[in-house]
Design a protein. Structure first.
Length: 179
């Protein structure tokens, strides 16, 4: 009798379950609702992410037109877009974690689509490379350090603020019910 290959694990929590490939990097395959999201309508999911990505990329392009960076100048618009986008991702993920997004396509549309298209870490890399190519290594180093530091601080602060706001709103609702 031929030996059967072992099933491929999908997660540490389900080491023998059927393989599910995540098309959305924000999907947590530990959560049944998010696994179901992938299986339900994969073409719709891809379309929602693509539409959101187009909107986010247009918003990013609009920011670049509104606040252009002159050649050789520090890319403040890139830093601002990434910081604002990461703050919005922090708000979104706090809402997702709290179960405040009713539609299953809201997270991929907003997070992977709009905010993924809006944040522009590729422009950040081009900015750093441009500073290095033009002989400004300190400016390149400043850009290299500032963008991820500001982005991480923004996502942390926005997540914490949103969680705090959700807690306060929940406490108020419980207080209103007791009266």
């Amino acid at each position: 009798m031929a030996e059967q290959p072992a099933p491929q694990p999908t997660s540490p929590a389900d080491p023998t379950g059927p393989a599910v490939v995540a098309t959305d990097p924000d999907v947590d395959l530990h959560l049944p609702a998010q696994r179901a999201e992938l299986r339900a309508h994969p073409a719709l999911l891809l379309g929602v992410i693509a539409a959101g990505g187009a909107l986010g990329a247009c918003a990013r392009y609009g920011a670049a037109l509104a606040w252009p960076t002159h050649p050789g100048a520090f890319g403040w618009t890139t830093v601002a877009v990434n910081t604002v986008g990461c703050a919005a991702i922090g708000v979104l993920m706090a809402l997702v974690r709290a179960g405040r997004l009713a539609h299953p396509l809201a997270r991929p549309f907003l997070g992977t689509g709009i905010l993924g298209g809006f944040t522009t870490f590729s422009a950040y890399a081009v900015d750093v490379e441009g500073h290095l190519d033009s002989g400004r290594p300190l400016t390149a180093l400043a850009a290299l350090a500032l963008t991820p530091a500001a982005a991480l601080a923004a996502v942390w602060a926005a997540t914490a603020a949103t969680r705090g706001l959700l807690l306060r709103c929940g406490e108020r609702r419980r207080g209103d019910r007791r009266r």
